[in-house]
Design a protein around this ligand. Structure first.
Ligand code: ATP
Length: 328
């Protein structure tokens, strides 16, 4: 890190495969020469089982004292009153832009998902006879996510605004606002109904470049996109706000494979690379991404990609490449 104080990163490994892929990501960051102060914070299901609380106010304060967060994955406690820790973090830190790049040999597109409102507003009522969730779309929320998407699309080809404005009145505001921002920013933009976008992602994913959409649509389309790329285990994400950012693989805690040593570490490693870029270390980020691509091309793949390598073998292949290329 050039100049100034060392950056502080809250490291939240979490549950299930979270600690396994976090170990890989940290080892790769070390091999790439990343320098930052690690602040481990235990939150999630394991913490809840031990103490009855998945995250405390003190944890939140510790996290807020850091520059950013590197996150593994956390499992949901079996408690009907439980509120998602990740949703709380996104809201408390106002991490409004969820940036999810999808890259493979012949595909390269980004989903920009609004992260703080929509159907994840938290405004809900539940009863046996009728339940409601309020879908909140604001002009301010739509404007700032459209600006973030345009920041990316301005360097690329085009923006696709994904919505359901033909049925949902709340999406008319989202669509109108995104169109206005794209027009002002002179970014070529089209719009598409979410059902058509889901279909097109499967039949002609090459047509997409930067997609911007609301919270739930972005959540669902991202998992679909991960399937098209090959595995959830390959995909990274950044949750960006004005002050803080949180970097996490898009997969969950995957309890079905936890402890088996076969979790794909690539999504977590790519998330670490996105963090380096956010911290102003773009060259290190590029080196990590190059090493990941090399390992995949060499067939160093975990079983989710049809390979026979374990988490450690893939991680060591990536580290080996970084060390060989050191100084190049
Ligand atoms: P959440 O609700 O937290 O998103 P989930 O159970 O819906 O969790 P994941 O935990 O992401 O979803 O798991 C979905 C499937 O993808 C599982 O079969 C899991 O084994 C697989 N999977 C997820 N991440 C990886 C990974 N890194 N490597 C290999 N397989 C993975």
């Amino acid at each position: 890190m050039s100049g100034g104080r060392a950056k502080k990163v809250a490291v939240i490994a979490g549950d299930g495969i979270g600690p396994e892929v976090m170990e890989s990501a940290l080892a790769v960051l070390d091999a790439a020469g990343a320098e930052f102060e690690r602040i481990p914070v235990e939150i999630g299901f394991g913490r809840w089982k031990r103490t009855g609380q998945a995250m405390t106010e003190d944890d939140l304060e510790t996290i807020k004292e850091c520059d950013c967060i590197l996150f593994g994955a956390i499992a949901t406690p079996p408690d009907p009153g439980y509120r998602s820790v990740l949703l709380r973090l996104r809201r408390e830190l106002d991490l409004y832009a969820n940036i999810r790049p999808f890259r493979s040999r012949d595909l390269d597109f980004i989903i920009v998902r609004e992260n703080t409102e929509g159907l994840y507003s938290g405004l809900e009522e539940e009863s046996e006879a009728e339940s409601r969730t309020v879908r909140v779309i604001t002009r301010c929320g739509s404007e700032r996510i459209a600006e973030k998407a345009c920041d990316l699309a301005a360097w690329r080809k085009k923006l696709t605004i994904v919505h359901k404005a033909n049925v949902l009145r709340s999406d008319r505001l989202f669509l109108r606002t995104c169109r206005a921002v794209a027009e002002r920013r002179k970014v070529p933009a089209e719009d598409m109904l979410v059902d058509a976008a889901a279909y097109n992602l499967v039949v002609k994913p090459q047509r997409f470049d930067v997609m911007v959409t609301t919270n739930l649509f972005g959540d669902i389309l991202s998992d679909e996109a991960a399937g098209i790329i090959g595995s959830l285990g390959l995909c990274a994400s950044a949750n960006i706000g004005e002050r803080w950012a949180l970097f996490e693989p898009i997969h969950g805690s995957a309890p079905d494979i936890a402890g088996k040593g076969i979790a794909n570490p690539v999504g977590a490693i790519r998330s670490a690379a996105m963090m380096m870029e956010w911290l102003g270390e773009a060259q290190k980020a590029r080196r990590i991404e190059g090493a990941v691509q090399w390992a995949l091309e060499q067939g160093r793949k975990t079983p989710d990609l049809g390979g026979s390598c374990g988490t450690e073998e893939v991680t060591w292949a990536i580290i080996g490449y970084l060390k060989r290329k050191e100084g190049c």
